[in-house]
Design a protein around this ligand. Structure first.
Ligand code: ADP
Ligand code: TRP
Length: 342
């Protein structure tokens, strides 16, 4: 599971558990790209590490979502995680905005963050190019993300390649702060976990909530089927050999097929005689098999919002206890707050 750098670090730290932290924005229904690219790792990592996972609703607010839909999305994300096996007894799981201390820390960090560091971040420009309003929150997004990570003394932040720059910014901010005010923050591990290759959407672009090309984890099976059957493939005739590495259906097959089966399909592609429709049908079956064990739990949770709220509140309490300690350190280091006697 770990790439070599982390393995080395895990051995080094030995008895101490690594604190693994990650956030996911409630910006729409979670899809299989989110699952295979991020969530699956989060869930696997909770077994042997100290997991800290949260729903990044402050971050999602940068896109000015519709308030009713926004709240529903937040609960959907929580329900998906819980249905897929997040264990709230083992892992601290909360809604970001229930720990408002992160916004205080973000402000304090922004006072040591060079403008140039943020101007070099590609995500602001990318999002504005996609049509989002060029608001300050979007520009300052990486500082809030740094606050999320540094607040909880995180060692490892498992995210996809697209977030690598934000982790680097976090390290830069932490080092700058430590230089000015003395050792205050843990510098998060620079080796982030490699996510699987980018999962393509049904139009062949990266699967993303922003492109309307997703296959949601828990949408009804007949819809999953329709979407998979619509995945864009080229027009190579059935009898001709095909390149599996250039095929969107094969990219999905890779996520769910066992290695032996995958090797068989690869041979069939290269030999010719297999149509894309046949491959897609198998992808549908395997996706159904993969997620079916979690569907019932997801359905139960759909009607148990109280339980989900309780999990998030308990998680927030645990997270706030850690945040309070960090903020005390930070306030002392910076000279904020009251004068104390001894
Ligand atoms: P979206 O693009 O759908 O809005 P996010 O940007 O919220 O997704 O991503 C949440 C997490 O899921 C990130 O860690 C990201 O790297 C991962 N992720 C999103 N889409 C994909 C994809 N198509 N393939 C692999 N990982 C993905
Ligand atoms: N920016 C991340 C994303 O879009 C979400 C996020 C917010 C996050 N805060 C974080 C991820 C802290 C890891 C750590 O996917």
């Amino acid at each position: 599971m770990f790439i070599h750098g982390l393995e080395a670090r895990a051995t080094l730290i030995q008895e101490t558990k690594l604190r693994v932290l990650s956030g996911i924005q409630p910006s729409g229904k979670l899809h299989i790209g989110n699952f295979f690219g991020a969530m699956r790792q989060h869930l696997q990592l909770q077994a042997e590490n100290e997991g800290f996972y949260f729903i990044a609703d402050y971050h999602a607010l940068t896109t000015n979502p519709d308030p009713v839909q926004f709240k529903a999305n937040t609960f959907d994300v929580a329900k998906d995680y819980l249905a897929l096996g997040l264990d709230p007894d083992k892992t601290v799981f909360w809604r970001q905005s229930d720990v408002p201390e992160v916004t205080e820390l973000a402000w304090i960090l922004s006072c040591v963050t060079p403008m140039g560091l943020l101007q070099r971040c590609t995500s602001y420009k990318d999002k504005v190019d996609q049509g989002l309003s060029p608001v300050h929150g979007l520009f300052a997004y990486p500082v809030l993300q740094a606050a999320d990570i540094l607040m909880f003394d995180s060692h490892v932040v498992p995210v996809g390649q697209d977030q690598k720059q934000h982790i680097e910014v976090t390290r830069d901010i932490a080092m700058k702060f430590n230089n000015i005010y003395g050792e205050t923050f843990v510098i998060p591990e620079e080796h982030i976990l490699k996510s699987v290759a980018v999962v393509p959407g049904i139009d062949g672009r990266k699967m993303s909530k922003s492109y309307d090309n997703t296959i949601e984890i828990f949408e009804p099976e007949n819809k999953v089927k329709k979407k998979v059957m619509r995945i864009v493939t080229d027009s190579t005739p059935v009898e001709d050999p095909k390149d599996p590495e250039k095929c969107n259906a094969f990219a999905l097959l890779k996520l769910v097929a066992e290695p032996d089966e995958l090797a068989e399909w690869e041979t069939k592609y290269r030999e010719g005689g297999t149509g894309y429709g046949t491959v897609k049908k198998r992808v549908v079956e395997l996706l159904h098999d993969y997620f079916r064990p979690y569907r019932q739990r997801r359905e139960e949770l759909e009607n148990d919002t109280d339980y989900v709220e309780e999990v998030l509140c308990k998680g927030a309490q645990k997270a706030r206890a850690v945040a309070a300690k960090t903020m005390e350190r930070v306030r002392n280091a910076t000279g904020l707050g009251a004068i104390r006697n001894g």
